[in-house]
Structures are given as C-alpha cells and as structure tokens.
Write a protein that binds this ligand. Structure first.
Ligand code: CIR
Length: 283
C-alpha cells in the first residue's frame, strides 16, 4: 500500500463528474442567502475550465462521470472516496442525501483495479473533504460531516500511516481552508479557525512542514500535482477572486500556476479539490 518511490502527488488519473441539473436548487449549502443563487451556465463553464486544466496535464487521464439530477451534490467527487496507494476507501458521507454518490465512483475505482474497502459501519461518517494526506501522514478533520468512527476506520485501512484527528470549526471541511501546496508545504487560510486547526496539526505531527499562509481561507484550497514533465503544478483561485492570495501563489518558485475560477460552486461550499479524485493507477 505504501512505499511507492513516486514523488508526492504524482498522479496519472483524475476522476471528475459533471454537474447535476438540480445543483442550483437542491445542493446543500451552509449559506442559505438566495442572493447567492448558482448561475448554472457559469458554473458549467468554470467546471469545464477546471476539467480542461486537468486534461492539459500530460500523463493525466481524466475520467469524466455523468451528472445525476437525483444527486444534486454529485460534482463534489472528492467526498466519496479516499485513495492512497492501491487502496480506495469508499466513504460514508455525513449528509444522507449524498450517500448514493459513492456508487458510480465505486464502479470506476473497481474498473481501475483498486482494492476497494467500503465504510459499512452505520455509526461512521466521513467526507473526503475532511481528509488531508501529506505524503507522510493523514489528518482527518472532525466536522459536521466526519466523525471519530469514520477517522478510526480510515486509520484501520491505511495502517502504514499515522492518522491524527483535528477539530474543524467555522467551515464545512478541513480542506476548505487547508490543503497541500507542494511536498511538505501546507497551504492554510488566515482566519482564526484555520489557524487553530493548523496549530493542532503541527503539534500532533512528528514531521516538519512549511506553511503557505493565504490571506483568504477559500484560496487555501488548491490542487497540487507533481508531473514528470513539468514538476510542481498548482491549480489555484484566480487573482480576480482573491487578489492578495494570488500574489502569494506567484511567489512560488518553479511552479506551473493554473488559475481557475470557482465563483459558482463556492456558493454551495464547493472548492477546487472537491471536484476531483486524483490517483496513481499502478502505484
Ligand atoms: C456539501 O455541502 O456537501 C456540498 N454542497 C459541498 C461539498 C464540498 N466538498 C468538499 O469540500 N470536499
């Protein structure tokens, strides 16, 4: 399961899913403000650019699943599975309306020949958005969607790695304000909630990490990949959305930066990492 010599975040497959037609009306959202209605046309354009950005990465096969209008949040595939090495843990999403999203992701992962483990325990909940794999260890956010039992099952499945739990407050998922922006480089927002979570992570870890502190929590959700041709690649939120955070991204040396706008899915609490599962087939 562990022990691959590949660099951190060397992926060759990305699973993505089309938007459900029902997303604007029925997707779950923390902010109920109707001013914040999702413009579906714009959301589809932004999602297409996201998918095209992944397609532009040489050596990365993009598997695009169809949307399903009975599953309004199905575009957020990240929440349905945690994949590490040759093992895929299918999650048990915290929101009951999202549980059936796992089925088509399961079929895809089976076809890709991953060892599948299903989270069957009815007391467990886990959203992939709460799971941060640093390459050295896992951090699992305990949030309104993910509980201790879910984290325990993840630890039982990925036994080669330390798994620590941290409390997530003020936002939906751990990765809403904290992701990896490179090997041993944690991107973190600047809110008090984000700072508190980072403090817990660093105090629980035996490893040393650098941090990339972003003025905007939302911008701290970025997608890092390491490509054999280009090295460090980072999909991040645009300067138009978050000008101050974009300046910080620009300071990264030897990175291919791909700005991606996410104004529409953000209205239903979706961030950039939510829209793909990145994996290494044959790891
Ligand atoms: C939800 O509330 O479940 C969706 N509207 C948003 C999920 C975002 N997923 C993620 O952060 N991994």
């Amino acid at each position: 399961m562990a022990g691959s010599a590949a660099p951190y975040a060397r992926y060759n497959v990305a699973i993505v899913r089309d938007l459900a037609d029902s997303l604007a009306d029925q997707a779950l959202r923390m902010n109920k403000d109707q001013e914040q209605r999702v413009d579906m046309e714009k959301a589809r354009q932004e999602h297409k650019i996201y998918i095209d950005s992944l397609r532009s990465i040489q050596g990365l096969e993009v598997v695009e699943l169809p949307g399903d209008s009975s599953l309004p949040d199905c575009v957020f595939v990240e929440d349905t599975a945690v994949v590490c090495g040759d093992t895929a843990l299918l999650s048990r999403p915290g929101a009951t309306s999202r549980r059936a999203e796992v089925n088509s992701v399961k079929q895809t992962l089976e076809r890709l020949k991953f060892n599948i483990v299903e989270m069957k325990d009815e007391t467990a909940t886990l959203d992939g958005g709460d799971v941060l794999f640093t390459g050295k260890e896992f951090f699992v956010g305990l949030s309104s969607r993910t509980n201790q039992r879910g984290a325990q099952i993840l630890a039982d499945v990925f036994k080669d790695y330390a798994v620590s739990t941290v409390n997530v407050t003020g936002t939906l998922h751990l990765k809403t304000f904290c992701t990896m922006a490179g090997p041993d480089l944690i991107a973190i927002g600047s809110s008090v909630d984000a700072e508190k979570t980072l403090e817990q992570m660093l105090s629980l870890s035996d490893h040393s990490y650098s941090t990339l502190v972003l003025p905007d929590d939302e911008a701290a959700n970025c997608v890092y990949l390491n490509s054999p041709e280009k090295g460090h690649i980072l999909l991040h939120r645009t300067a138009k959305e978050f000008p101050e955070s974009a300046k910080i991204f620009k300071s990264l040396v030897n990175y291919t930066l791909i700005p991606v706008s996410n104004t529409e899915l953000a209205k239903v609490d979706g961030s950039l990492t939510c829209c793909s599962i990145l994996l290494n087939k044959g790891a």
